[in-house]
Design a protein around this ligand. Structure first.
Ligand SMILES: NC(=O)c1ccc[n+]([C@@H]2O[C@H](COP(=O)([O-])OP(=O)(O)OC[C@H]3O[C@@H](n4cnc5c(N)ncnc54)[C@H](OP(=O)(O)O)[C@@H]3O)[C@@H](O)[C@H]2O)c1
Length: 315
């Protein structure tokens, strides 16, 4: 039997319980430790999720030799510092999206992961879902003819206070908080078809972050993408892929277990997939890459993190 990979969590907040739920379906893992800036909250979280060890300081957490993989579930403002600390401690790292927000941060972190011979991966869900992988294959095989256009959006009227980290000028705003979902979908369904041009339109808030963002992109083969995000209006939160023979619609494409394949001759087929949760595929993927000794994911890696930065900070 393969070695059990021991996971420690940093940041027992809103998203961490869903990670725990998703990890329950993954082979060869055990969640054994947690650290949060509030010791009381971390203890409560550990009790709720049956986690044996709670640390009061990051130093003590990282000094625990039994932790193999750290899941960082904090806001982006602290990612750089926490990722680098984990990598220096020779821990594999799965970090919540958006992982890092400048090209130099991305390059430094991946270089350190390589030097330390540990995995670094952004915890993006869409790239690893069966529905996204199916769309990628369908585009490659010409299932809907030649693909010319892909739209993907994610937006809602947020109830966050304007002081919430989601509006922070450093890594907040709709494109960083939500726009990384349509970007990740778009990048994931292309096969060796690099984005060669892009531009951005945003509506800025007083805080310096964007309330609404839109990216217009084009790939080497000519596919045009329209990717948008919003913290001020509900959007149609789906991905639409248009070809010469038909279209594919994936509702809630970052957590979907189904999609619609619509041919222009009138046939509509709904396909279903059996991912047990939206968190499970990427956790399973990370564990398998660690077992193989890789320092990056072949599916979503430094190239994709850099593309996110380039698109979101473009003018
Ligand atoms: N994959 C997904 O589906 C998904 C969905 C939502 C969010 N996310 C991402 O997950 C991350 C966490 O989101 P969340 O909604 O769980 O956030 P959250 O509940 O506001 O915070 C998560 C954890 O980080 C701690 N924290 C907050 N600000 C911090 C700071 N400045 N320094 C150190 N620790 C801090 C919180 O401590 P306190 O409890 O003491 O505040 C909590 O333990 C974000 O990067 C977000 O973009 C992913």
């Amino acid at each position: 039997m393969d070695k059990i990979i021991s996971i420690g969590i940093i940041g027992p907040g809103k998203i961490a319980p869903r990670f725990v739920g998703g990890a329950a379906f993954v082979d060869n893992v055990s969640i054994d430790a947690v650290y949060g800036r509030s010791f009381e909250k971390a203890k409560r979280f550990a009790k709720q999720h049956n986690i044996s060890t709670v640390y009061e300081t990051l130093e003590a957490f990282l000094a625990d030799p039994s932790i193999d993989l750290v899941y960082i579930a904090t806001p982006v403002v602290v990612h750089k510092e926490q990722i680098m600390a984990c990598l220096h401690a020779k821990k594999h790292v799965l970090c919540e999206k958006p992982m890092l927000v400048t090209e130099s941060e991305v390059n430094d972190a991946y270089a350190l992961a390589k030097a330390q011979d540990v995995l670094l991966m952004e915890a993006q869900k869409a790239p690893f879902l069966q529905s996204t992988q199916w769309v990628k294959e369908a585009i490659k095989k010409g299932t809907i003819g030649d693909v010319s256009y892909i739209e993907a959006s994610y937006g809602f009227r947020s109830s966050f206070s304007k002081l919430h980290w989601a509006y922070d000028a450093n890594g907040g705003g709709s494109l960083w908080v939500l726009g990384v979902y349509p970007i990740a979908f778009f990048l994931s369904v292309l096969s060796d078809d690099d984005i060669v041009s892009y531009s951005r339109k945003i509506q800025l808030l007083k805080q310096g972050s964007d309330a609404f963002g839109h990216l217009q992109v084009q790939t080497e083969s000519g596919i045009v993408g329209s990717l948008s995000s919003s913290l001020i209006a509900d959007q149609i939160n789906s991905a639409r892929v248009y070809g010469s023979e038909g279209m594919i619609i994936v509702d809630h494409y970052w957590k979907s277990t189904s999609l619609r394949l619509i041919s222009y001759s009138g046939d509509i087929e709904t396909l279903h997939f059996d991912d047990p949760s939206d968190f499970t595929p990427y956790i399973q993927h990370a564990v398998e890459r660690i077992e193989k000794g890789l320092t990056q994911s072949p599916i979503y890696n430094q190239y994709h993190s850099l593309k996110q930065v380039q698109l979101i900070t473009s003018t």
